[in-house]
Design a protein around this ligand. Structure first.
Ligand code: SAH
Ligand code: F3S
Length: 480
């Protein structure tokens, strides 16, 4: 099924317009979550000031940067393989420098320099502003590692260079780090404690995107619903803030309201929501604004309360179901997707059945589904044995994926014969005569190009579907 993309394999080389005067070439590619792709745009911006233009041709690169993911073991293996390719290229271009960014840099630190001879510099997610100094160190033949995590770095003052995009949709990061400490997850260790970005700088970035012709913005964070601006600093220190700071603090529902009002012509999305942190206020703000897409990515990981507790997810199966009920009541046409982990330590057949029955209850539009992968340093790795045998993990994952495929098909079939609103993003991968875009619910729609252009919002009458894609024809609005 198309929507179950392998997030570990999303490497893309990125390009940007040439800037006069830049003489050096940067090849930057990103793996893993959307935040990494967004961070690479910040890195490209920092390095543009150091004389680097981006290139999509690895053989031309003076500097190769790979923005890495540690979420599962497979994600790390993918990056190690990629380093072998760089190694081969370096044989023909010995002056090429190679740097590792992102979560693997943070997790492995200077060990990277020992383990991978090709690597010249290692830079963690909060240290990108130090890249110019680190590159000087490399030029001077010294080791260059900065993996210091920060209390307040949000890159609010860096205007990202939009890389490899479609000119229609863009990401804007609003929080960094995560405090949730899910026992399976490496993110709190690699991306540090949670902090939020100044709403004014968020709105400025969104205004600039609107001025550049963008039509849709996704607000990004590991846990966006936990957003809280009270003048800067870590979320965990909010309790010590002044009464004044507390009284004027901006939470996620308020931020959504602000951005939706600031740019009524832009469509807004956000990702990722953590069930325990998603307030009903957010749902009401979504209902209030037509330009906030009715779509929520709401990872649950398991349908068993016992497993949720072992994962340190701060809600039960029943609380999650109550949130789903409220979403369906307040936003009746809301698209909902999930992340699910099969085979967490101690997971029994009954726990697995609870996962399947939760999926039956929700009937998600789509989902991202994974086998549990033990990550060094996490609480689960330290305290729990990875005791579900691989064949059982695999079988459970297959059952989860098959059920999701059935639900996805049911969800797309419901649109047959209906007319949906689509923001055109790009040419369809399947047919050069077709555009591809998404509904507010985040379902992909393909339809004949006709006279329409990327960035147009079009009404499309749905005639066919697969489990992942709607196919139809654009219809002229009555008042056009
Ligand atoms: N809050 C984050 C979650 C990042 S991790 C966000 O912005 O999406 C994305 C998904 O990877 C998680 O929801 C979880 O389903 C999966 N995942 C995380 N750690 C994992 C592990 N150790 N093994 C398998 N899957 C994992
Ligand atoms: Fe990871 Fe849980 Fe945060 S999945 S990113 S620790 S919400």
């Amino acid at each position: 099924m198309e929507k179950i993309i392998d997030q570990d394999k999303q490497g893309t080389a990125l390009d940007r317009p040439k800037k006069l005067g830049n003489t050096k070439k940067l090849f930057i590619e990103s793996y893993g979550c959307q935040m990494n792709f967004s961070d690479s745009e910040i890195v490209a911006s920092i390095l543009a000031k150091e004389g680097y233009d981006t290139t999509t041709d690895l053989t031309q690169a003076d500097l190769v940067l790979v923005n890495t993911c540690s979420i599962r073991e497979k994600a790390e293996q993918t990056v190690r393989k990629r380093l072998e390719t760089y190694n081969a290229v370096k044989k023909t271009n010995p002056s090429m420098k190679v740097g590792v960014l992102g979560c693997m840099a943070e997790r492995l630190k200077s060990k990277f320099l020992e383990e991978e001879k090709i690597v010249d510099l290692v830079v963690g997610p909060d240290a990108y502003k130090d890249l110019p100094n680190l590159l000087d160190e490399v030029d001077a033949g010294r080791e260059a590692v900065n993996v210091i995590l920060s209390k307040d770095e949000t890159y609010a003052d860096v205007a990202p260079v939009r890389l490899g995009g479609n000119g229609v949709t863009a990401f804007v990061s609003i929080t960094r780090g995560c405090d949730n400490m899910c026992t399976f997850c490496v993110v709190p260790f690699t991306r540090g404690r949670e902090r939020s970005r100044d709403p004014q700088s968020i709105i400025q970035e969104i205004n600039a995107l609107a001025a550049d012709g963008y039509k849709e913005v996704t607000l990004l964070g590991q846990n966006v619903d936990s957003y809280l601006w009270y003048g800067g600093g870590l979320k965990k220190d909010f309790k010590n803030a002044s009464e004044m700071a507390k009284a004027t603090a901006v939470d996620f529902a308020q931020l959504l309201d602000l951005v939706a009002q600031a740019q009524p012509k832009l469509r807004f999305r956000f990702s990722t929501s953590n069930p325990q942190d998603m307030t009903r206020d957010v749902l009401h703000v979504m209902a209030k604004h037509d330009n906030i897409c009715n779509y929520i990515h709401l990872p649950v990981q398991s349908g068993s309360t016992r497993i949720l507790e072992a994962m340190n997810r701060q809600h039960t199966r029943e609380e999650y179901m109550a949130l789903i009920d409220d979403i369906k009541r307040i936003l009746p046409d809301c698209g909902i997707s999930h992340d699910m982990i099969a085979g967490f330590p101690t997971e029994t057949e009954q726990d697995h059945q609870d996962t399947l029955s939760l999926m039956e209850y929700v009937q998600y539009d789509f989902g991202f589904m994974f086998m549990y992968s033990e990550r060094p340093g996490t609480m689960a790795a330290r305290k729990m044995e990875d005791d579900v045998p691989d064949p059982i993990k695999k079988r459970r994952l297959t059952e989860i994926i098959n059920l999701q495929q059935q639900h996805s098909a049911l969800r797309t079939q419901k649109y047959l014969g209906k007319t949906v609103e689509v923001l055109i993003e790009k040419e369809s991968k399947k047919d050069a005569e077709y555009w591809s875009g998404r509904t507010p619910q985040n379902t992909v729609v393909d339809f004949p190009k006709d006279h329409y252009q990327p960035g147009d919002i079009v009404q499309v009458h749905i005639e066919q579907c697969t489990s992942a894609t709607l196919i139809g024809k654009a219809v002229e609005p009555i008042n056009a």
